[in-house]
Design a protein around this ligand. Structure first.
Ligand code: GAR
Length: 203
């Protein structure tokens, strides 16, 4: 009786698309994804979180009872072994989409080959300007008046993949790297959620 009622309530509901999130830092983007995934109509669910170090952001995964794991380069004999371990850890979750949310390392061939075209990255600058590890610092040092955030497809280059979404943020005269980065993250979080929803809704 109860089962029949549930089916009638949600006749068109399909299982949310599994995604894996990779992080290195405080995990505010991850937190936004986890919060969005808890909405009743979410098109995705976070099935695993992987970090390259004991990142503070792993706490968000643990609090949400999502499997969290560290795959650190230091625990592997060389870069190639770490690349293989990372690809295997991601593949173990069978995700339809891999999201780099503040993951501060380049991906190697094993992960790119196994999930190519289904990996996206969020970056704190308006690409193709200011790629790399210091997008906020580099934009500030250059003296731009407007910067922002980008979500891109990941390819073998450094932030060279196809642009999926961008948001602009004004640079204020008194900005420090930290203050500017906070305002960028405020637009980056909902933008990343929107892109993930869009990509997974099509599954
Ligand atoms: C985000 O601003 C993200 O764009 C950036 O790290 C931050 C992670 O914040 N990523 C890069 O710079 C990649 N090149 P979080 O740890 O609070 O989610």
């Amino acid at each position: 009786m109860c089962r029949i009622a549930l089916r009638l309530d949600y006749p068109d509901r399909v299982a949310p698309t599994p995604i894996v999130v990779l992080i290195s830092g405080t995990g505010s983007l991850l937190a936004a994804l986890l919060e969005a995934s808890r909405r009743r109509d979410s098109s995705f669910t976070v099935v695993g979180v992987i970090a390259d170090r004991d990142a503070p952001g792993l706490e968000h995964a643990r609090a949400a009872e999502v499997p969290a794991q560290v795959i650190a380069p230091a625990d592997h004999p060389d870069r190639a072994a770490w690349d293989r371990a990372l690809a295997a850890a991601v593949a173990a979750h069978s995700p339809q989409l891999v999201v780099l949310a503040g993951f501060m390392r380049l991906l190697g061939a094993p992960l790119l080959d196994s999930h190519g075209g289904r990996i996206i990255n969020s970056h704190p600058a308006l690409l193709p300007s200011f790629p790399g590890a210091h997008g906020v610092r580099d934009a500030l040092a250059h003296g731009v008046k407007v910067t922002g955030a980008s979500v891109i497809e990941v390819d073998p280059g450094i932030d060279t993949g196809r642009i999926l979404a961008q948001r602009a943020v004004e640079v204020l005269p008194e900005d420090t790297e930290a203050s500017l980065h906070e305002r960028i993250k405020a637009v980056e979080q909902p933008m990343l959620v929107e892109v993930v929803q869009r990509l997974t809704a099509a599954d």
